[in-house]
Ligand binder design. Structure first.
Ligand code: 0O2
Length: 240
């Protein structure tokens, strides 16, 4: 079904498109929540701190199309604006970002269109985040539509930095004074150091937890063996 067809009434077409993008956000959101719940169940740990999602405003869509030299039509918006449906996943540690991205990409109904790894290749400004453009099938009464979603995955610290940088850029309309840009870049380096330190601390703690639970298991096994011996002695001793 092509909802961008010009024969289709444009208001209806717009409403259907927005319904599709909202449904795609719900689908991805549910997938992420399931992964987080399963992680909690298996590893007693939540890799996702929180999830935010939004539909891009019509003004922002038109602005993006104009910047790229396209006419503001529904067809162009679907074709050229990849982040109409956007979801931001905030994780605790950098390793969680790659785990979540891989688990999503491996799902059979998810089609990964592109990946931008601004963590291994940060932007000049210092911006770090992992971006994926995916499609997810949305089943409507008259057919199925593969719908695009932009997924941004980042740590709490990366998100903190990006929010402030976004605010500053908005305030200065992208022309922030040099000293502010420099300080922001220094903050981005601090964010990277903090993320690296937090991750290595977490790995160390996990090592302790593993050896502690191994020790507990060993004690439990020895206790059960001693109980069995005692029971045997009691049973056979009394029978003799
Ligand atoms: P807004 O207002 O957040 O929606 P493409 O998706 O490939 O067609 P685009 O949009 O340049 O091209 O892709 P990219 O680089 O993946 O950026 C998409 C989004 O990432 C941006 O959307 C921002 O949300 C975020 N982003 C990218 N670079 C920066 C940055 O340097 N600083 C901050 N704070 N955010 C960034 P929009 O539409 O630009 O903005």
């Amino acid at each position: 079904m092509d909802y961008t067809d010009s024969s289709y009434d444009s208001v209806d077409s717009w409403k259907t498109i927005i319904l599709l993008y909202n449904s795609a956000l719900k689908e991805i959101n549910t997938k992420l929540e399931i992964l987080n719940d399963e992680f909690q169940h298996v590893h007693r740990y939540n890799p996702i701190e929180h999830i935010k999602s939004r539909i891009k405003t019509p003004e922002s869509i038109v602005k993006k199309l104009r910047q790229r030299g396209y006419e503001s039509t529904i067809e162009n918006m679907v074709k050229y604006v990849n982040d109409i449906a956007g979801i931001r996943v905030i994780c605790s540690f950098t390793s969680d970002i790659y785990n979540i991205a891989e688990m999503l990409a491996n799902q059979s109904d998810i089609n990964v269109l592109s990946i931008k790894d601004y963590i291994s290749h940060p932007k000049e400004s210092g911006y770090k985040s992992y971006h994926m453009i995916v499609t997810v099938p949305i089943f409507l009464s008259d057919g199925c539509v593969d719908t695009k979603v932009e997924i941004q995955i980042r740590t709490v610290a990366m998100d903190f930095w990006a929010s402030l940088e976004h605010k500053i850029n908005y305030k200065f309309e992208g022309e922030a004074p040099e000293h502010i840009k420099r300080e922001l870049f220094e903050c981005a380096e601090m964010v990277s150091d903090l993320d690296a330190k937090m991750m290595s601390l977490n790995d160390e703690i996990k090592g302790f937890a593993a050896s502690e639970s191994e020790l507990e298991e060993q004690i439990e096994r020895q206790k059960r063996a001693a109980e069995r011996t005692l029971l045997k002695e009691k049973l056979y001793g009394e029978a003799e």
